[in-house]
Design a protein around this ligand. Structure first.
Ligand code: SF4
Length: 376
C-alpha cells in the first residue's frame, strides 16, 4: 500500500510552488481526512470518479490509503481509449490496410481488437502514424494524394479540437473517424444500471472546464446524487470527498464546483459551439459497458465529405471477446479495482498488457501497476 506523500513530507517540497504547494499540504490533508471521517461516520460510502488524471493523482499521492475504510473512491469509465469498442479499432485497421494513412494518438496503438492492434497492423505493412494533434494529420493530408484518416478518440476535452480542424476547410483527402464520447451520459448509465452503488461522483476537472456546471444538467435533472467538480491536486480530491460526505450527511444530492479557479458555470462557450456545429449526438457502444444512449459524437451531414464512416464501407469484424480472466469491463463499470483481476501484474503488465485498461496511460490498471496496488 502506498502511503500519503505530500509536499511537507519530503524533499520535493523545494520543487513545488504556487497552487501545487497550497494544494499539497500534508497537515491540511490530515485535517480534511479527519473531517471526512466525522462526516461519513459508520456509513459505507462509494464515490466514483471518471477521469484517468484523478486516478493518477489518487495513486500518486496514496489518497485511498488515507481514507477511512468505509469511504471508497473507485474509477469508472474515465479512460477514452479503454472504452473504444473493438469493432471501431477493426474499422480503423481495415482503413489502414486498404491503403489509407491512418493517424491517431499513441495510446490507441496497442489496444487489442479482433484484427489485432494498430501496432500489429503497422507491422503487417499498414501506414499507421502517431500524431500529437489532429492538425498534424490534416497537414499530412496536404502533402500526399493518399486518403488520410484521423481516428478521433477522446471525451469533451479533445472533441473541440477535432471540430475546429473540420471547420478549417481541410483538404478533400482528409477525414475523421469519430469515436468521441461524452462523460455525463456514462455517469447516467452507471446510475441507471444500478450495478454498482454510486453515492457520489467526483466530476472530472478537464471535461468540466469545457462543459461547465451546466454540462451536468442531464444528470442533476434525473438523479439526486451528490457531484463535486474537482481539480487534480491531492487536496482538491480530498475536499471533493469531504463535500460529497457532507452532502450525504445532510441528505442533499447537488452539483457543487470545487474547481472554480478553472471551471466556470457556463464552461467554455467557444469549445461547446465548435462541438455543436460539427457533431451530433448518437447512441454509442462503449467497450466493457455496452451501448449508452446519446453518448457518442458523429459528424453532422454537412461534414460527410470528411466523415470516414460515410466515405469508407467496411464490415464490422466478428465479436471480440475480452481475454479470459480480464475484468476490464467491471473495472470500467466501477464494480471492482484492478487488483481484483487475477491477471493484474501477473499475466497482464504495462509491458505486456492483456486488456485495454492496462494499455492506456489513463487506464485504471496501468495507473495501479505504475504506482503499486492500493485498494480497500
Ligand atoms: S489487469 Fe489486465 S487483464 Fe486484468 S482487468 Fe486490467 S487490463 Fe484486464
Amino acid at each position: 500500500m502506498a502511503s500519503g506523500r505530500f509536499i511537507s513530507d519530503g524533499p520535493e517540497s523545494s520543487l513545488m510552488s504556487g497552487i501545487s504547494e497550497r494544494f499539497r499540504d500534508g497537515d491540511t490533508a490530515k485535517k480534511v481526512v479527519r473531517l471526512i471521517r466525522e462526516l461519513a461516520g459508520d456509513r459505507r460510502i462509494r464515490i466514483v470518479h471518471v477521469c484517468g488524471t484523478h486516478e493518477d493523482a489518487i495513486m500518486k499521492f496514496g489518497l485511498r490509503s488515507m481514507l477511512p475504510r468505509n469511504v471508497e473512491v473507485l474509477m469508472g469509465p474515465g479512460c477514452p481509449v479503454c472504452t473504444v469498442p473493438p469493432n471501431r479499432i477493426d474499422f480503423a485497421i481495415r482503413l489502414a490496410e486498404s491503403g489509407a494513412v491512418l493517424t491517431t494518438f499513441g495510446d490507441m496503438m496497442r489496444v487489442p481488437a479482433g484484427l489485432g492492434s494498430l501496432v500489429d497492423a503497422k507491422a503487417r505493412g499498414a501506414d499507421v502514424r502517431v500524431v500529437y494533434s489532429i492538425h498534424d494529420a490534416a497537414k499530412m493530408a496536404m502533402e500526399t494524394d493518399k486518403q488520410v484518416v484521423h481516428f478521433g478518440v477522446g471525451f469533451e476535452t479533445t472533441a473541440p479540437t477535432t471540430a475546429s480542424e473540420l471547420l478549417a476547410n481541410p483538404p478533400k483527402n482528409f477525414s475523421v473517424y469519430s469515436a468521441h464520447i461524452l462523460i455525463p451520459p456514462a455517469m447516467m448509465h452507471l446510475l441507471k444500471s444500478g450495478e454498482t452503488p454510486v453515492d457520489g461522483f467526483i466530476d472530472p476537472g478537464h471535461v468540466s472546464a469545457i462543459i461547465g456546471e451546466a454540462g451536468y444538467r442531464e444528470v442533476t435533472d434525473h438523479y439526486n446524487v451528490p457531484q463535486v467538480i474537482a481539480g487534480f491536486e491531492p487536496l482538491d480530491i480530498l475536499f471533493a470527498v469531504a463535500m460529497i460526505c457532507k452532502q450525504l450527511k445532510e441528505g442533499r444530492g447537488e452539483l457543487e464546483n470545487a474547481y472554480t479557479r478553472i471551471v466556470r458555470p457556463e464552461g467554455n462557450p467557444h469549445a461547446i459551439k465548435l462541438m455543436e456545429e460539427v457533431f451530433e449526438r448518437r447512441d454509442a457502444p462503449w467497450r466493457g459497458i455496452g451501448t449508452i444512449p446519446h453518448s457518442g459524437l458523429s459528424l453532422r451531414k454537412e461534414f460527410e465529405d470528411h466523415d470516414a464512416s460515410k466515405k469508407f464501407d467496411f464490415e464490422s469484424e466478428a465479436n471480440y471477446e475480452m481475454p479470459s480472466g480480464c475484468r476490464c469491463g467491471e473495472v470500467l463499470r466501477a464494480v471492482c479495482y484492478p487488483g481484483d483481476c487475477p491477471l493484474f501484474n501477473k499475466g497482464c503488465t504495462p509491458d505486456s498488457p492483456i486488456g485495454p485498461c492496462m494499455v492506456s496511460q489513463e487506464g485504471s490498471c496501468f495507473i495501479s501497476a505504475k504506482y503499486g496496488v492500493e485498494q480497500l
